[in-house]
Ligand binder design. Sequence first.
Ligand SMILES: Cc1cc2nc3c(=O)[nH]c(=O)nc-3n(C[C@H](O)[C@H](O)[C@H](O)COP(=O)(O)OP(=O)(O)OC[C@H]3O[C@@H](n4cnc5c(N)ncnc54)[C@H](O)[C@@H]3O)c2cc1C
Length: 380
Amino acid sequence: MQIFVSKDECCGCSACEQICPKNAIKMVADDRGFLYPEIDGSLCVECGACKRVCSFQNGYSENHSQKAYAIKHKNYETRITSRSGGVFTAISDYILDKNGAVYGAAFDSDFSVCHIRTTTKSERDRLKGSKYVQSDIKDSFSSVKKDLTNGMYVLFSGTPCQVAGLKNYLGGTDTSKLITCDLVCHGVPSPKVWLDYIKYYEKKYKGKVEKADFRDKTLGWNTHKEALWINKKKYNLNKYTYLFYENAIERPSCFNCKFTNLNRPSDFTLADFWGIDKIVYGFNDNKGVSLLLVNSPMGAEIFEKLMGDIEFVECDLQKSVNPNPNLYMPSKRPDKGDFFWDNYIKYGFKKALNKSYVRIVAKKIKKRVFAKLFKLAGKK
Ligand SMILES: Cc1cc2nc3c(=O)[nH]c(=O)nc-3n(C[C@H](O)[C@H](O)[C@H](O)COP(=O)(O)OP(=O)(O)OC[C@H]3O[C@@H](n4cnc5c(N)ncnc54)[C@H](O)[C@@H]3O)c2cc1C
């Protein structure tokens, strides 16, 4: 049995591993740190369940985004500790108040990122904040199935490929109590590179990382800087962010993403509301505004119940989508191909990081100089 031919065709959602009736599939990290299914030929009975469940290759059941809202959670503390406007907290509170289970991506004790199941608000708070690294789904699909079978409400949040993977995995299960939210996703970086990054700074600043934040909001919602806390001291850094936004460390399938459009696998789509100032004047206070796309009748019904917790303005769907490129195209493979990865495999993390950083900074300076020259030329 072969599930995929090229790595561009596997998003690593792990639905194939979890559906295999013979436990013949294990998710194994490749040399870049991304998980791919590996089949134990001695256990495989060639039933084809793994091939059939793959949403990346076979498609997924689509909801078309109907409505767009600009949202701020009314509770200031909630918003400031969320990545965008805190709409995820409002949706998940609704499910937790119904004694449901909420699944999403959390840091583990070593700062690796994986999906966990939460049933209280304090546990759910571990899901808040964007972790710009691929989350390991572990056994959460089978756990969702168990919860649904036991009659619980379940909210599953993740990248759209993870949600589509879950839905294909659930197949004939009763999903009437399943609510899903996906993210507008720029792409998911390598878990191995993220842990290398942590180790690199632990060595440099001689201590253990105590806290990590991929986008330090205390600098303002629109500032792109990560922060690490070591020996109780906060370090604002930008090297990881630069690699992420230059698409140097993303999973290969992200450049072939099937979900960068308004046909969403989920009831809700969550994003940063970029371009808000041109759409709703005076709504942005630089503390975070969420773009919420409501994609299904179930989403619309739940949205009605959130109104006590949120400030919101309905916006034109197309105008809201335009400033957010990953709602209409996948991120682009870097111009110079695998510069980071070639150096990573050849020389290791530190050299790959520093060489890539120098190149990215040089590119940014060049771009700024050209923009200035262009402006000056225009003035003459
Ligand atoms: C890898 C990644 C790329 C993103 N790219 C964009 C983008 O290009 N444009 C844009 O507008 N928004 C992007 N987002 C979404 C955005 O950053 C916020 O996550 C979203 O707006 C929700 O904000 P909030 O304030 O409602 O929620 P928060 O309370 O901050 O909730 C975070 C939610 O994100 C989920 N989550 C966090 N990290 C991960 C992860 N690694 N994998 C899966 N789920 C995760 C949690 O489970 C939770 O549901 C991205 C998020 C991630 C994780």
